[in-house]
Design a protein around this ligand. Structure first.
Ligand code: F6P
Length: 295
């Protein structure tokens, strides 16, 4: 996200615009917490994970939209870029409905924004998980166990599915497709015969994940060694792919604002696509991805 902030700031400066950042997302917007941004200062953050602006989860933002618009107008803002996941983009849609020109950019490691194949942060979070999974496999080849890697992802499995596919997991547990214990155990038994260890990749939102993993440990009579990536997966140095995605989306989003367009700017079939807010589905249809993990 920091890369997107820098690229948007640079693109807007090139147009002679003044750029304001909003501290702490919608919560900061509601209290009018703005700061002046310039390309030199924002570039210093572009290589860092997270967002130097800070973020928030503002409950019931739609009821507070008039206040948010008032704060923007008081600050002299004429256009807004919203970087975030489904909640933030729904907020952006409400601001647009109220007549404020807003373009949204999908930024979430969950990659669950409908209408976009990609979101900023997903690739970095995937690579973080792969680093850990590769290490688990080094250990597993020497010391066979039942390994489990729990990824973030909220109540979705897009991130876990990518980790599973790119890391060569033996079982994938995602909330969209809960499986019976016997079915999972059968797949893991095959892996154990083949390689003496097995790796389960699970999304944090899988129902009763700890119970299921405990059940597998018992059924397979093998020591379980679980690793939970937790919130560390939301950070770390952004990957090259994410930086390019952020730069491209931010530059294109600034152009969209100058053209008077509004909506969520995503990537579709490898091309940028601006989806009007009214066409944005609240939930991305589940697909494990085009990575050969269809079951
Ligand atoms: O939605 C992005 C995400 O990183 C999820 O993967 C994760 O469950 C959540 O945010 C963590 O945020 P919080 O601490 O607010 O639950």
């Amino acid at each position: 996200m920091n890369m997107a902030v820098w690229a948007a700031t640079q693109a807007a400066w090139d147009l002679g615009w003044r750029v304001l950042g909003v501290r702490e997302g919608f919560t900061g917007l509601l209290r009018g917490d703005f700061l002046e941004l310039n390309p030199a200062e924002t570039l210093r953050y572009a290589r860092l994970g997270g967002t130097f602006l800070g973020t928030s989860r503002e409950p019931d933002f739609s009821a507070k939209v008039p206040r948010a618009v008032a704060r923007l107008e008081e600050a002299g803002a004429t256009h807004l870029l919203v970087l975030g996941g489904n909640g933030s983009l729904a907020g952006a849609a409400k601001l647009a409905e109220a007549g404020f020109p807003v373009v949204g950019i999908p930024c979430t490691i969950d990659n669950d924004v409908a209408g976009s194949e990609e979101s900023i942060g997903f690739d970095t979070a995937l690579n973080f998980a792969l680093f850990v999974l590769d290490g688990m496999r080094d250990t597993a080849e020497a010391l066979p166990r039942l390994f489990a890697l729990e990824t973030l992802g909220g109540d979705t499995g897009f991130l876990a599915a990518a980790v599973y596919a790119a890391g060569g997991g033996d079982a994938l547990l995602v909330p969209e497709e809960p499986l019976g214990l016997d079915g999972i155990a059968a797949g893991l038994r095959e892996a154990l015969e083949r390689q003496r260890y097995a790796v389960v990749v699970a999304s944090e939102g899988y129902p009763d994940l700890l119970g299921v993993l405990g059940g597998l440990e018992e059924t397979l009579s093998l020591r379980l060694r679980p690793t939970r990536l937790g919130h560390a997966q939301r950070g770390g140095r952004p990957s090259g792919h994410d930086r390019l995605l952020a730069r491209g989306l931010a530059q294109r989003a600034v152009k969209a604002l100058t053209w008077g367009e509004a909506g969520v700017l995503g990537v579709w079939d490898g091309r940028y696509r601006l989806l009007p807010y009214r066409d944005l589905a609240p939930r991305k249809p589940w697909t494990p991805g085009a990575w050969g993990v269809a079951r």
